[in-house]
Design a protein around this ligand. Structure first.
Ligand SMILES: [Zn+2]
Length: 71
């Protein structure tokens, strides 16, 4: 496992723990507003609690740089 993969995986499990405890919640997709298949997008893996809620389709597009989330 590379350092990058480890960072990403740590970040996800950290966030998941907070979600399970009800400390944070994923919202509707910030781009299309759907509430189905929501994933957390992290601009910075060192900040697990700073994430964008995106549907699977828009998450892929943001990850590939096809669309941007604005500032
Ligand atoms: Zn969407």
């Amino acid at each position: 496992m590379s350092d990058e993969q480890r960072r990403r995986s740590n970040c996800r499990s950290y966030l998941l723990t907070y979600i399970r405890r009800g400390k944070v919640a994923k919202g509707p997709c910030e781009i299309c507003g759907t509430t189905e298949n929501i994933e957390a997008h992290h601009p910075d893996y060192s900040k697990p609690l700073e994430f964008h809620s995106l549907c699977r389709g828009h998450h892929v597009m943001v990850t590939r740089g096809l669309i941007s989330l604005g500032a």
